[in-house]
Design a protein around this ligand. Sequence first.
Ligand SMILES: [Mg+2]
Length: 97
Amino acid sequence: MKNLPFKNCDKAFDKQNAETFIMIKACEECAELTQALSKYIRGKWHQDKISEEIADVEICLEQLKALFGNEVDVNEAKQDKIRRTALKVRRYGKKPL
Ligand SMILES: [Mg+2]
């Protein structure tokens, strides 16, 4: 990578690699949390592992928001989803599934 002929190409390549790494790492950490939860449900893993994997995913989520520059949009979407869920709970919360 250091032998690329143009300095700007070198920088662009580094940026693309960093972005790709962040996205791949997020996928991997979400998969690890999925696995930890699955094993916890089956009694094969400890709560400490769940905490570690949640921390990993939270770090990745912060990196993704920084990468996409969409923290405001994410917060708006989150608040909207929380409002809709609360509404559903109030409407249907007392009915059996
Ligand atoms: Mg992990």
